[in-house]
Structure formats: C-alpha cells, structure tokens
Design a protein around this ligand. Structure first.
Ligand SMILES: Cc1ncc(COP(=O)(O)O)c(C=O)c1O
Length: 462
C-alpha cells in the first residue's frame, strides 16, 4: 500500500513552520488552483525525522530509500558513524581555528587522487558555488582575459556570479540577465531532445563547430577567452552524459586557442560516476578541477579547487572565505577518502551502476511517460514526457517525484522534466532494488491512472 503522507505527526510539524518559509504564504492559493484544474490537492511532502545510511524515516513510521542523498552530498549514506567520529574528534581538538595540520594532509591526499596526479595545487572553499567561481577567477587571472565559455542547462551555484555562469532555467536568471557579461553561453549536448534530424554525436560536433566557427569569429576573438567551464557529465541539468566527441572537442579547442579547461565536478566527482573523477572516463586532465558535495562525507561542508602548477602557482586571483578548509571539513573529507579506499567504493559504484541501468533501460518500454534513461556509475536519470505528445513534461516529472515518495523512494526533481537518482555510493543491492521498485510503482500509477500533482502545497525551506 502506498503511504498516506504527510501523516498526522508530519502535518503538525509542517503546519508549525509554514508561514515562516519564503513561499509559505501562498499555500491556500496553489492548493485551490491545483484542485480546480483536476490535480491532486496535497502533494505528499514529508518530514525527515531520522536519516540513517541509505534510508530516511518520517515521524509517522514510514521509511524511504534515499536517492536524494542530501542533494547528492552524502556519498556513503546518511550520518556515517565513522565520519561523524572523525569530525567530532577534530572539533574537540581544534574547534574552528586556523593553522591546523589537516588541511595539509587533505591537500596531499587530493593531489594524490587527482587525475593522473597532475593537479598539484589546492585551494579550499566552503561550497561548490565558491569553488566554481574560484576556478573561473583563477582562469581569468592566469590568462589575463575577461571571458569564459559556459553551457546551457549547467548549474554552478546560486550566488549572483554562479548564476551568471549557469543557465538551468530562465526563472533562475530573472533580473540577472545583465550580470552575465563575462560568460558566453553555448548549448550542451544532451542525448535526448537534440535538434531535429541530429543524433547526439552530430549535436556535439555542431556545438564544437559553433564555438570554433561562430563564437570565435562573430562574438569575440578567441584571445579574449580565458577558458571553458564545463560539467563533464551535466548533473543538475538532468544527469546527462555527453558523447565522447564533445569532451575531445573541448580538449582540441583548448589546445588550439590556449584556453584553460575548468571541470566542475562538484556533483559528479569523487566516485559518483564509477571513477574517482568523471573526466577520467575520457582520459582528460583539466587545468582546474572543482570539487565539493561528496568531499564533505555528507557531514561537514568543504569544497576545493585543484589545479596544475602552471595555472595555480603564483596566481593572484582571490578566493575562499572564513570557514574554508575548517578542521571539521578537512576531517570529514579525509575520513571519506580513507573509507573510499578501504571499502573499494569506486569499483563498487561501477557494479551497482550497471545493475541499476540494466533495470532502468526497460523503463521507456514499460512506461509511456519515460522518454529516455541514462546512467554512468550511480549518476542515474530519466526524462519524463507527456504520453500523448512525447514532449518533455515538467509537471509530470514533479508528479513522479511526489508519487515515488508515497511508494517509499525520495528522488530529486528540480523544476525539470527529469527525475534524478543519487543512491549512496555504498548502497546495498537489495536496497537499491527496493528503491527502484518504488520508482517503478510510481511511474506505473502516473502513466496509467492519474493526472498527477500540481504544485508543492507545503513550503520548503530550500
Ligand atoms: C556542478 C555543480 N557546481 C556547483 C554547485 C554548487 O554547489 P553548492 O550548492 O555546494 O554551492 C552544484 C550544486 O548542485 C553543482 O551541481
């Protein structure tokens, strides 16, 4: 039986805080708007009462497989006891203070695991947002050039500068359009919904051509561009995996025009794709690599950029902030990396990823609302479409998110026509299968019977 959520205990918590949330006041309106249009009134929002390993428990006794994973930041499941222990130890010894040795240990470890061990300089940041911005300012200062190339559907963070570098959807760019001055936005080669008549490889080739022949001859001379900020697999935009020719094309352009390659692996790095870094799939060593999320072990925020000697040494760009490289953050990262090695996590991700993808590949045949699925390691995504028109359907994707909750799986859907799954990298096979069953049940229900849910009637403090 699907859960009836939110249960009474969850509701009482939700009601308490509703009016305090940024979007909380609009509650009655969207609910009546939704029901007036024949949609379900109450999307089944829930309260996270306890998070443990790959599971989340609500206060009403229901449990969920956690494919949300702290927005893909808990590599080894929720509240990993060994990481917590390491963090507590660091807090007891150093609290928050500067000059502690863990930052040197962590820098050394990051250099060791960097692609081909070639990124030998490290700068700590707190968030992925800061780190992505740091990569860009590092490139601008090294090249003494004002522009960078970035991609449509990319997400590099929610600060003003990071939004200018991103283009996840136009709502997020609202009123910031003019701040994009230094960023040249070009398409990213999705493997679905590519322009008519093209296959994904042709689309990738077109984009490389567009940069080389259009941007560099009509928009700006290539000497004004410092580098390319790119996600080797595009995460927030829908967990897309680009054709290999896209990555090799970027590499060629960088060589040809003396541009730096800035790989944002905040979400896809550190094991998510079944390699330590996603760029390794294409034997690419970027000039700067941006990391975050998983580095925290899901316990204590920390992020970093890693770069080559040539790019980072004696570079006058400024980045970082007060709490960057904190003792607790470094302790969390060091323990996470130790557990990765001890438990063979990256190799395990490859195996689990293959199993998950094998099962998901049946979805487009099983469910008319699934247009396409994709996966690399445990970076898993599916495009949700209108079953009559076959067109991308954001509202139905949101409905799948809600319905999956009722069946016991917590996914990610962020105003997009995709569902995204980020299982813990050490998830047990049974738990993974249980979660995929829950998603399949949701897809079956929505594809068959219902119109779906209209809106988030309960507020979220995001
Ligand atoms: C690729 C990428 N870069 C940067 C960020 C921003 O990271 P944070 O939210 O830690 O600031 C994200 C967050 O989702 C991301 O996916």
């Amino acid at each position: 039986m699907p859960y009836s959520i939110p249960g009474p205990r969850s509701v009482s918590i939700l009601e308490k805080g509703r009016h305090l949330a940024r979007d909380g006041c609009g509650y009655e309106e969207p609910v009546s708007d939704a029901s007036g249009q024949g949609f379900m009134e109450h999307p089944p929002q829930f309260i996270n009462d306890r998070a443990e390993g790959p599971w989340i428990y609500d206060p009403d006794g229901n449990r969920y497989v956690d494919f949300h994973a702290g927005w893909a930041s808990n590599p080894l499941g929720n509240a990993h006891p060994e990481i917590i222990e390491a963090v507590v130890k660091a807090l007891k010894r150093w609290g928050f203070s500067y000059g502690h040795p863990l930052q040197y240990e962590l820098a050394e470890r990051l250099v060791e695991i960097s692609p081909a061990k070639k990124l030998r300089r490290v700068n700590f940041e707190i968030s992925g947002t800061e780190a992505a911005e740091a990569a860009v300012s590092t490139a601008l200062f090294r090249k003494e050039r004002p522009l960078v190339i970035v991609f449509e559907d990319a997400f590099h963070g929610d600060s003003i500068a990071a939004r200018a570098l991103s283009s996840l959807n136009s709502d997020r760019a609202k009123y910031l359009e003019a701040w994009r001055g230094g960023a040249i936005h070009v398409p990213y080669p999705h493997t679905y919904h590519v322009p008519a008549g093209m296959n994904p490889e042709q689309y990738a080739d077109y984009i490389i051509w567009y940069i080389e022949d259009f941007i560099c001859s009509k928009v700006t001379p290539p000497e004004s561009i410092a580098g390319i900020l790119f996600e080797p697999c595009m995460a927030e935009g829908g967990n897309w995996i680009p054709p290999a020719t896209f990555i090799t094309g970027l590499k060629r352009l960088a060589g040809q025009f003396d541009w730096l390659l800035l790989a944002d692996e905040v979400l896809v790095g550190l094991g998510r794709t079944g390699r330590m870094w996603a760029v390794v799939h294409w034997d690419l060593v970027p000039d700067v690599l941006v990391t975050g999320k998983n580095l925290s072990g899901g316990i204590e925020p920390i992020a970093a950029i890693l770069g080559t000697e040539e790019v980072m040494a004696e570079n006058e760009a400024h980045s970082g902030s007060t709490f960057a490289g904190s003792p607790a953050g470094c302790a969390a990262a060091l323990k996470t990396l130790e557990l990765f090695e001890r438990d063979g996590v990256v190799e395990y991700v490859r195996r689990m990823g293959e199993k998950a993808l094998q099962r998901m590949q049946k979805w487009p045949r099983m469910f008319e609302i699934v247009g396409q699925v994709r996966g690399i390691g445990l970076l898993l995504g599916a495009s949700i479409v209108d079953k009559e028109t076959g067109k991308a359907d954001r509202e139905m994707a949101l409905s799948v998110y809600y319905e999956a909750l009722r069946h016991g799986a917590w996914l990610i859907n962020d105003n997009e026509a995709n569902i995204r799954l980020y299982p813990a990298l050490n998830i047990e096979e049974d738990t993974l299968e249980y979660g995929l069953t829950a998603v399949e049940e949701a897809l079956a229900v929505l594809g068959r019977e219902r119109k779906g849910y209209r809106c988030s009637a309960y507020p979220t403090f995001d």
